[in-house]
Design a protein around this ligand. Structure first.
Ligand code: A3D
Length: 320
């Protein structure tokens, strides 16, 4: 039986971390692709030399040639540039849109049967564009954001209540970024609704609002502290959980940027929703009941995503 092949497009901070995690978990053989010459090869060599110490057998290779991702079962995309000082949102969009075009074509020509997880920002627009450029079915292209955002939410809730993170089930919806919608009504501490737990523990509503706000700005907080670059450990771990759900046909319900048509009043948009991931890729989107306020917040978030898609269409007419 052929070994599972995992292609990582972008061998930067997240790409390298993904390779290390996938190797440690022996998820399959790993190909690190990047346009930077030597860098993916160097990282692959370095990571390969972890094998004898950590005891994994994964074959890790670095490449600048898309032909080497041929037949990949899973592709995780982190290729792109980060926003730099002085760069407008549209400048960033224009650059990363071109990257998605190249990556989409590389996937289409070499591994059209893969399950593709996009991480590149601005996430909800880039996953949509990557799907358009690759031509893969919508259920095989998904964005990673909600697993990370809900992990951030869960971390802050666990700290606030002084409980194990393992018992916190935190729920977020919507686009990735400041408009994301952390949903307190569906967040629990081992089944106990967070709002009930707050009453039991004497945590005020305004304190919960602060936690929601910190979750929304979770990425920016880390960017500010690092001074250079953005989060990479937790983003990589999040994408690995999604890849494992697919490879193991786990039917996990994870918050992912999935293609939504018909549910949540949406008509063909990638946005963060509870999604079942199994061997069929994104097999189902679960539509939950929302309060008027949550529905309103989701609308603000999806409007922001739609605005980005319009900007993409303006930048590349093949998307219009
Ligand atoms: P970084 O370390 O800069 O790695 C990006 C890599 O992409 C670099 O090695 C580049 O050489 C490479 N690259 C650029 N253009 C191309 C191309 N055309 N083809 C192949 N490779 C290319 O960044 P990172 O790994 O820290 O982050 C990667 C992306 O993830 C960025 O867009 C971040 O904004 C995004 N990100 C998203 C989240 C989400 O939750 C959605 C969280 C953290 C980071």
């Amino acid at each position: 039986m052929a070994r599972t092949k995992i292609a990582l497009i972008g061998a930067g901070m997240i790409g390298g971390t993904l390779a290390h995690l996938a190797a440690k978990k022996e998820m399959g053989d790993i190909v690190l692709f990047d346009i930077a010459e030597g860098m993916p090869q160097g990282k692959a060599l370095d990571l390969s030399q972890c094998g004898p110490i950590e005891g994994f057998d994964a074959k890790i290779t670095g490449t600048n040639d898309y032909a080497d991702i041929a037949g990949a079962d899973v592709v995780i995309v982190t290729a792109g540039v980060p926003r730099k000082p002085g760069m407008s949102r549209d400048d960033l969009l224009g650059i990363n849109l071109k990257v998605m075009k190249a990556v989409g074509e590389g996937i289409k020509n070499n591994c059209p049967d893969a399950f593709v997880i996009c991480i590149t920002n601005p996430l909800d627009a880039m996953v949509w564009a990557l799907r358009e450029f690759s031509g893969l079915p919508h259920n095989k292209v998904v964005g990673m954001a909600g697993v990370l955002d809900s992990a951030r939410f869960a971390t802050f809730l666990a700290w606030e209540f002084g409980v194990s993170v393992r018992d916190v089930n935190a729920f977020v919806l919507g686009g990735h970024g400041d408009t994301m919608v952390p949903v307190l009504s569906y967040s629990t501490i081992n089944g106990i609704p967070v709002k009930d737990m707050a009453k039991i523990k004497g945590v005020s509503e305004s304190r919960l609002d602060e936690i929601v706000d910190r979750t929304r700005k979770g990425g920016g907080e880390i960017v500010g502290l690092l001074g250079n670059g953005s989060a990479y450990y937790a983003p990589a771990t999040s994408a690995i959980a999604m890849a494992e759900a697919y490879l193991g046909d786990q039917k996990r319900i994870l918050p992912c940027a999935s293609y939504v048509e018909g549910k949540y009043g949406l008509d063909g948009l990638y946005v963060g929703v509870p999604t079942m991931i199994g061997a069929g890729g994104t097999e189902d989107v679960i539509e939950i009941e929302l309060s008027d306020e949550e529905r309103g917040n989701l609308k603000v978030s999806t409007d922001a995503v739609e605005e980005l898609l319009e900007a993409c269409k303006g930048l590349d007419e093949s998307l219009a």
